[in-house]
Design a protein around this ligand. Structure first.
Ligand code: AMP
Length: 368
C-alpha cells in the first residue's frame, strides 16, 4: 500500500504486466502500419511513460509528437478540457495515431477528435493503454487498446493523483476502504464519550457507544432494551452475545462511514476477539486502542457529578459505580493485553483539560 497526499493506493498491475501489454499493442499496430510512416501523438502528461516504452517496442520508422490537454482535477473529471500544447505541424495527408494512457468518460477524447477534425489529416486512429468500458460514452471507436479496466481510480506509470504517482513503474488502484477504526478504552467516567465527540468531527468517523445504544433501546422500550436494563441497572455487563450482535448491526447500518470509534466496546476479551473476526470479514481492522487513564477517586467524583445531571441511575449510587469498576477490573482489563499483544495499545493521561486530552489523543492518531 502506498500513500499519495491523503489517499491510499494498493498494487494493481506490475511493471512486467504493463510492459507485456505495451509490447503487444506495439506489435498489433506495427502489423497494420508497416507500409506507412505514422505520426504517434502522445497525450500529455499521463502518456509519457507509455509513449516512451511503446516507441521502443515499435519496430518500423515512425514520428512522434505530443499534445497537452487538461481535464482531471483530483479524483473526478471536471469535464473542462483545455488545450495547453497544440497539434504537430505538417500532418496533411498523414496517418496520425493518438497514444492515450487511459480513456474513461471520453471527454478528453472528444476534445482531441475535435482538434483533428479541423485539420486535413489523412487518417486518424485512437490507441489507449487502458480503457474503462463501463464509463466510456462510446462516441468514437477505440481502434487499439491495451487493457480494459474497471472503473476504479488508478495511478502510476505516468498517471497521477493530484500530480503525484507519475513516477511509479507499476499501476496502483485507489484503496476506497481505507478507514481509521479506533477503540476508546478506559474505565467508566474516563471521558471516552467527550473525547469521541471531538474525534468524530475531526476525522469524520461514526461514533458507536454501546452504552448509548443500550440506553436508546431502553428509552424506546425495545426487546433489546428490556433485556439490557436489568444488567445495566446493577452496573453489570450485558451478556457478550447480545452486545456483539448489537455492535455488528451498528457497523452494518453505516456502510459509508470513513471509520468508527468504538466507545465502551470491546469490554471483554471475547468481545475483542469477536470484533476482530467481524472486521476482518469486512476487510477492516482496529487501527488503535487508546486508553484514557485516570484513578478511581477522580473517576468516582466525575461519575457522581455526572449523575446529578445525566439522570443515569448507575451514575448516582456509589455501590453501583464500585460494581462497574469491579466489572472493569475482572472482565475488561484483559482487553488491554489483547491489544498490547497486537502492538495496538496506546495509553493517554486522561486527567487535565478536555482540550489537552484531545491533543494527546490526536497526537497518537497522527503518529499511527
Ligand atoms: P457506559 O455508558 O459505557 O458506561 O455503559 C453503561 C452500561 O451499559 C454498562 O455498565 C453495561 O451494563 C452496559 N454496556 C455498555 N457497553 C457494554 C459492553 N461492551 N458489554 C457489556 N455491557 C455493556
Amino acid at each position: 500500500m502506498i500513500k499519495l497526499h491523503d489517499k491510499y493506493f494498493k498494487p494493481y498491475l506490475s511493471a512486467a504486466q504493463i510492459q507485456g501489454t505495451v509490447q503487444d499493442m506495439a506489435k498489433r499496430i506495427a502489423a497494420d502500419y508497416q507500409d506507412k510512416v505514422p505520426i504517434f501523438v502522445g497525450v500529455l502528461n499521463g502518456s509519457f511513460m507509455f509513449v516512451s516504452d511503446f516507441l521502443k517496442a515499435y519496430p518500423h520508422p515512425c514520428e512522434v509528437s505530443f499534445v497537452k490537454l487538461s481535464s482531471y482535477q483530483g479524483l473526478t473529471s471536471t469535464g473542462i478540457v483545455e488545450t495547453l500544447l497544440d497539434l504537430p505541424e505538417n500532418i496533411e495527408g498523414r496517418s496520425v495515431i493518438i497514444l492515450e494512457d487511459i480513456i474513461d468518460t471520453g471527454r478528453t477524447l472528444q476534445q482531441l477528435v475535435h482538434l483533428f477534425t479541423k485539420t486535413n489529416v489523412g487518417e486518424f486512429k485512437i490507441a489507449s493503454l487502458f480503457y474503462k468500458s463501463e464509463v466510456y460514452n462510446g462516441e468514437y471507436a477505440i481502434d487499439y487498446f491495451g487493457k480494459e479496466i474497471p472503473d476504479h481510480f488508478i495511478v502510476g506509470y505516468g498517471l497521477d493523483y493530484k500530480e503525484q504517482g507519475r513516477n511509479l513503474k507499476e499501476i496502483y488502484q485507489l484503496n476506497e476502504k481505507h478507514m481509521i477504526n479506533l477503540v476508546l478504552f478506559g474505565k467508566p467516567g474516563a471521558g471516552k464519550g467527550t473525547q469521541a465527540e471531538f474525534l468524530r468531527k475531526k476525522y469524520n468517523l461514526k461514533h458507536i457507544s454501546t452504552g448509548d445504544v443500550f440506553r436508546y433501546n431502553i428509552k424506546n422500550g425495545t426487546d433489546l432494551g428490556k433485556l439490557a436494563k436489568s444488567y445495566m441497572d446493577k452496573g453489570d455487563l450485558v451478556p457478550d452475545e447480545v452486545t456483539i450482535k448489537m455492535l455488528e448491526d451498528e457497523v452494518d447500518n453505516n456502510p459509508d462511514a470513513d471509520g468508527f470509534i468504538f466507545d465502551g466496546f470491546p469490554r471483554t476479551a471475547a468481545q475483542a476477539q469477536a470484533l476482530d473476526n467481524f472486521l476482518e470479514s469486512k476487510d477492516m481492522q482496529v487501527d488503535a486502542t487508546i486508553a484514557l487513564e485516570a484513578n478511581d477517586e477522580v473517576l468516582m467524583e466525575r461519575l457522581l457529578e455526572r449523575g446529578k445531571v445525566s439522570g443515569r441511575s448507575d451514575d448516582q449510587d456509589v455501590e453501583k459505580i464500585k460494581n462497574r469498576f469491579e466489572e472493569y477490573q475482572t472482565k475488561t482489563a484483559p482487553v488491554r493485553e489483547y491489544y498490547e499483544e497486537q502492538n495496538k495499545f496506546y495509553s493517554v493521561d486522561g486527567i487535565g483539560s478536555i482540550e489537552d486530552i484531545t491533543q494527546r489523543l490526536t497526537k497518537v492518531i497522527e503518529d499511527l
